[in-house]
Write a protein that binds this ligand. Structure first.
Ligand code: NAD
Length: 409
């Protein structure tokens, strides 16, 4: 018998190719006279179009000073500009960094937010905000930052480079994966999360093969929306905290950190989560298989970073990361505190956390093998991992880094 609590978030979503043209109507429906439009430089054309569409009904102030993790030094002048304009709505067109700055403004000024995402970060579907100062990213939740309206237009993602597309999709996959077991999980959020995993893992290789395939981009964006919903309606755990620590301390690209860390965290937590891992393996198209390996293979086959060294992180930084994660993460499925870790040989010790981080560093240099040697194979009880189906192999063939660059990314 099921017993649970579920809270839906009240955002209006419109989703469709060409829907950028509907943004002005959505903004007008909120009765706006002064709109503050945050965009990143790659969305300057889209921002200019929306500003033009709104010209007859509202003043639009354009703002393109955005950076990942929302540095306080960038949020402060943006907030001052909002005061100067007397804005009564904030509009964002861009990736998670742009949405993040718009959220910082919505938080401080209590303004309604309309979000038009152009990556797969999923922030537009969450009430989560983040601000970074002193090499530390502070995150929080507030209903004030949940967008009133989200407009998804897959056409805006067609020019997203492979180097952003893949890791950004993994960011969204991580939202889905963690939503399966973090506090706040319930059967509804699991259904959303597993549908997200199915959509992303199916669409990502298609997008990497044919970046301007609108159907594939649309499917991936749909998966990213579900990832954002799953994250927003549950929360985040060990994986996200680790990525935030890495991002805050070393200014790693947020989405890149996700693609490297996710298979490791899945492998780390798998022993405590057989039911969730079984559902995840199904959704990844490998029923009865090992989800950690499936995720690592997906990353590798799509030319996505799979080790921290390639992100520019030096091993010396890891001790600091381990100490910080032990302070910050208290609710992981596999406890990270020292006494309980020591008490059971089935749990990973602090040393093994460090070891796992070190392994994330440079698996290919150390081992030169094709499949990741350090992601432990997880087997569901009483089943053997079936051989991969031919369709899976065929689907993945030709998606290595070389193949991608040949396609002009
Ligand atoms: P991003 O917004 O920094 O974008 C990455 C790069 O892609 C940028 O250079 C950007 O200019 C470019 N870009 C964006 N859209 C493009 C397009 N359509 N075509 C071509 N180039 C494009 O990165 P991101 O991964 O989208 O977002 C990362 C940020 O989002 C991090 O700060 C992360 O913490 C935050 N985030 C927040 C939440 C939340 O719920 N609050 C969820 C996920 C991510």
């Amino acid at each position: 018998m099921k017993t649970f609590e579920y809270e839906a978030h009240p955002s209006r979503v419109i989703f469709g190719a060409g829907y950028l043209a509907r943004v002005a109507d959505e903004v007008r429906a909120l009765g706006v006279s002064q709109a503050f439009l945050v965009h990143d430089p790659t969305s300057a054309g889209s921002a200019a179009k929306v500003a033009g569409d709104l010209a007859a009904s509202a003043n639009v102030r354009l703002w393109d000073q955005v950076a990942q993790h929302v540095p306080i030094d960038l949020a402060t002048p943006a907030r001052e500009a909002v005061d100067a304009q007397g804005s009564n709505l904030v509009l964002s067109i861009g990736g998670g960094s742009t949405t993040g700055l718009a959220k910082a403004i919505a938080l401080s000024h209590g303004l309604p937010l309309v979000a038009v995402p152009t990556t797969y970060a999923g922030s537009e579907m969450t009430p989560i905000y983040g601000l970074t100062g002193d090499r530390h990213k502070q995150t929080g939740k507030s209903a004030r930052v949940l967008p009133k309206t989200v407009v998804y237009d897959p056409l805006l993602t067609l020019a997203l480079p492979a180097g952003v597309t893949g890791p950004s999709a993994f960011n969204s996959l991580a939202h889905c994966v963690e939503a399966l077991y973090v506090p706040g999980n319930n059967p509804v959020t699991s259904a959303i999360a597993l549908e997200g995993v199915r959509a992303i893992s199916d669409a990502l290789p298609r997008v990497m093969r044919a970046p301007s395939d609108v159907d594939a981009r649309s499917d991936l964006l749909y998966g990213a929306m579900l990832g954002g919903m799953a994250l927003g309606q549950t929360g985040s755990g060990f994986h996200h905290r680790l990525c935030h620590i890495l991002g805050g301390k070393f200014n790693l690209v947020h989405a890149d950190a996700h693609s490297v860390i996710l298979p490791h965290v899945v492998a780390f937590n798998a022993p405590a989560l057989p039911r969730e891992m079984s559902g995840l393996a199904d959704a990844l198209g490998m029923p009865g298989g090992d989800p950690a390996t499936a995720l690592w293979d997906l990353a590798r086959d799509c030319g996505i970073p799979t080790d921290l060294k390639s992100l520019g992180l030096e091993p010396e930084g890891l001790d600091e990361v381990v100490e910080q994660i032990l302070i910050e993460e208290k609710n992981n499925s596999v406890p990270l505190d020292r006494p309980s870790v020591r008490a059971s040989s089935t749990l990973l010790s602090t040393g093994r956390v460090r070891c796992r981080l070190r392994r994330a560093f440079s698996k290919e240099q150390e081992h030169g093998r094709e499949t990741h040697p350090h992601v432990p194979r997880w087997e569901p009880p009483a089943t053997r991992r079936p051989p991969r189906c031919d369709a899976w192999k065929v689907q993945r063939r030709g998606l290595r880094r070389g193949g991608l660059s040949a396609q002009g990314h």
